[in-house]
Design a protein around this ligand. Structure first.
Ligand code: G3P
Ligand code: MG
Length: 228
């Protein structure tokens, strides 16, 4: 079962910062999950569109210029990273799950990935693009069919993982609160990877391993690795 560091090693370091990402890599995470919003055609790495929980700013990201946002303190002196900075940090080290927040992320994401491929030689097969907004995923599938997609769900759908098959997703990314053996069996029969968030408790880790889940999103990657 793979360990995906949720917002980096966010249990011990400020979430969605380069420090949390570097520490997750140092802890041996197989992958990093980050959340991105689009601001002025740039993708920035932050979970909430309100700034107060994770930075010394206040109000919404949409009230500020990109330059202003990049000056904020995101904890321990860290800045809000850009997706470009994260790609440079993870390249060749582990795979990366980019979770799209907001509804205007697809065009800037595809432009950035094209640039990363050309300028950094970035291998986009190292990426999993996920969202709770399945319309964005369908749009990406049309425009860049080879990108891997993760269909997020916070529920246990009545027809299990059928929605992820319809999106031609690579994985279905599920809430630990709802997942059960029947869902995992259905997803695996469809050829989908199953990733589960957010998993930090030993009993959950063991239960998901027994279900045959492929990966877990963890706030404490080293601790989860030790349990496994
Ligand atoms: O991608 C898994 C998980 O991060 C989804 O929920 O709210 O933590 O972005 P959230
Ligand atoms: Mg997320």
């Amino acid at each position: 079962m793979q360990i995906i560091a949720h917002r980096g090693a966010s249990g011990d370091y400020p979430e969605n910062t380069l420090l949390a990402i570097e520490q997750a890599i140092a802890q041996g995470a197989d992958a990093i999950e980050i959340d991105v919003f689009a601001v002025q055609d740039e993708l920035i790495v932050i979970h909430d569109h309100h700034l107060a929980r994770t930075t010394n700013g206040s109000g919404s990201i949409y009230q500020y210029t990109l330059a202003e946002l990049l000056q904020l303190n995101a904890g321990q002196g860290q800045r809000i990273p850009t997706l470009w900075q994260v790609l440079a940090v993870v390249q060749g080290k582990c795979w990366l799950n980019i979770e799209l927040k907001g509804d205007d992320t697809v065009a800037p994401l595809l432009a950035l990935l094209d640039k990363a491929r050309q300028q950094l030689g970035f291998d986009c097969q190292q990426l999993l693009i996920s969202s709770f907004n399945h319309h964005l995923l369908a749009d990406i599938k049309l425009k860049r069919p080879t990108l891997k997609l993760g269909a997020l769900t916070a529920s246990l759908p009545i027809d299990y993982a059928a929605f992820a098959s319809a999106l031609q997703a690579y994985s279905v990314n599920c809430d630990v609160s709802f997942i059960n053996q029947a869902f995992v069996d259905d997803a695996k029969a469809r050829g989908l990877q199953v990733f589960v968030y957010t998993v930090d408790q030993t009993d959950d880790i063991n239960r998901l391993k027994n279900y045959g889940v492929d990966g877990i999103f963890c706030n404490f990657p080293a601790r989860s690795r030790a349990v496994l």
